[in-house]
Design a protein around this ligand. Structure first.
Ligand code: UDP
Ligand code: MG
Length: 343
């Protein structure tokens, strides 16, 4: 081997993905194989499956694949911490060994044939390559509308999101080290990574249907994701409340003057309706304002604690020993845990 080929790690967060996992492993291994044949990456390149506290057979499938597929390795988180944090866990782990890292969802909705383009861009000297969906025809109308609304609002607020880019991207080791400098515990990757700068490019692809299984992003998680993204980046919502406060203050001046004039003219007896309306209106607005402030305070609260984003249960990526044990014994997850604890 004359020139040094880059070591690629593909990070795949998985939460209850038993339905798609085997197919995903197969397809990604074939992709790896092809890239190695083409001498675009080294043969030690890896597929790092991060099990985000799945309750089904996911981890068992990962450990089994570890023993019979040389590319597959795994990281088991101690509990479910959500897609973003699972991804961060994988990226931080992968940083220790890889020259470049690609993140992709386990359901392979993102077209894996463009992985080759990612690597080519990396060879061209790009540090970050964003995978961008050309259209969203396979998503439900609802998902499409909410997602598009989200991008629009974020961009209005000056948060530099890449339109229609999810977490399918390549990052060089350098970009990962830069990302590591962002110490906030509420890390919103899609907003932070475009902020890093460096040499970036985009690769376009068509998004497909999920291979199997169901979406792990129900509406509840989507809303919390959007709100996190918004409040961890921008003070615009809180400023909006301030402006609203000014406006209402101004209007109450007019309303007050009106009330006094009515009083002087001796017309005040009813007024109950307007009173009730303003009590409700102001009460609602105040609650809204307090809620928004609370939102930020809770964020400060979380940040000052510097809580870890995840805990690792089993690490087959950097820890070679449990992997060897697994290989020789072909045992499953329960044994893998014991092996690690005994040392
Ligand atoms: N995921 C995860 N933890 C969670 C929820 C999801 O690691 O708590 C993973 C999931 O296994 C998948 C990726 O995040 O690999 C994206 O999830 P999904 O495909 O369900 O989201 P959608 O494509 O519907 O937005
Ligand atoms: Mg998906």
């Amino acid at each position: 081997m004359d020139e040094k080929l880059p070591l690629l790690t593909i990070v795949i967060p998985c939460y209850n993905e038993e339905d798609v996992l085997l197919e995903t492993i197969e397809q990604l291994s074939n992709t790896m194989e092809g890239l190695i044949q083409e001498r675009l990456i080294t043969s030690n390149s890896m597929l790092l499956f991060v099990d985000d506290g799945s309750k089904d057979e996911t981890w068992r499938l990962i450990t089994r694949a570890c023993t019979n597929n040389k590319y597959v390795t795994g990281l088991k988180l101690a509990k479910n911490v959500g897609h973003q944090n699972a991804l961060i866990a994988g990226l931080e782990k992968a940083k220790s060994k890889s020259d470049c890292v690609i993140s992709i969802d386990a359901d392979l909705q993102d077209d894996i044939t463009v992985i080759r383009d990612f690597i080519l861009s990396y060879h061209d000297g790009h540090d970050i390559v964003f995978g961008v969906r050309r259209k969203r025809s396979t998503d439900t109308l609802f998902k499409r509308a909410t997602a598009q609304g989200f991008y629009k609002i974020m961009n209005r607020l000056g948060i530099p999101l890449i339109y229609n880019h999810a977490d399918y991207r390549l990052m060089s080791n350098r970009a990962l080290r830069e990302l590591g400098k962002y110490k906030e515990s509420n890390l919103f990757l899609r907003g932070i990574i475009p902020m890093i700068g460096l040499k970036t490019t985009e690769v376009f692809y068509d998004r497909k249907e999920r291979l199997a299984g169901e979406t792990k992003y129900p509406l509840r998680k989507m809303l919390s994701f959007a709100l996190n993204g918004l409040t961890s980046f921008s003070v615009a919502p809180i400023r909006f409340i301030t402006y609203l406060g000014f406006l209402i203050f101004f209007m109450s001046g007019i309303a007050g003057a009106y009330a006094i004039v009515q009083k002087i003219m001796g017309l005040t007896d009813e007024g109950w309706t307007s009173l009730m309306i303003s009590i409700w209106l102001l009460g609602g607005l105040q609650l809204m304002g307090v809620g928004m402030i609370g939102e930020y305070i809770s964020r400060i609260f979380m940040e000052v604690k510097h809580r870890p984003k995840y805990a690792v249960d089993v690490d087959l990526y950097t820890d070679k020993n449990p992997l060897e044990q697994l290989r020789s014994s072909n045992r499953d997850i329960v044994t893998a845990k014991k092996v690690q604890w005994k040392r």
